[in-house]
Write a protein that binds this ligand. Structure first.
Ligand SMILES: [Zn+2]
Length: 119
């Protein structure tokens, strides 16, 4: 398996070990992980700390060019909020481990493939 997807899975496992929802993500720039994170909604009592958002937050503030040269790896298809962040940051490629509806009404999953292909 791809090393970066393995890193995203390791993040998901870390989240699960904390009692959280096991979804992980890493942001990769030119072959190096610059941000990693996992869903912390349970741990932080947060409405917005999805794995992708946590990875973006932990990457710190980067230049637009860095985002344009990055790939986001995530273990589950991004929700509308995370997809919006991906689009706004201009991250051109997302590698998704699994495209499934988690059954969470807040997840509200869209067809991320068609959404991202519009941009
Ligand atoms: Zn999300």
């Amino acid at each position: 398996m791809d090393n970066f997807m393995q890193a995203a899975i390791a993040e998901a496992q870390a989240g699960f070990a904390e009692g959280g929802i096991p979804i992980g993500s890493v942001l990769v720039h030119r072959g190096a992980v610059i941000g990693r994170g996992h869903n912390r909604r349970v741990q932080q009592g947060s409405a917005i700390l999805h794995g992708e958002m946590d990875a973006l937050e932990n990457a710190g503030r980067q230049s637009a060019q860095v985002y344009r040269d990055s790939v986001l790896y995530t273990t589950l298809s991004p929700c509308a909020m995370s997809s919006g962040a991906i689009l706004l940051y201009g991250i051109p490629r997302v590698v998704i481990g699994e495209n499934a509806d988690a059954g969470d009404p807040a997840s509200c999953r869209l067809n991320i493939t068609s959404l991202l292909q519009q941009y």
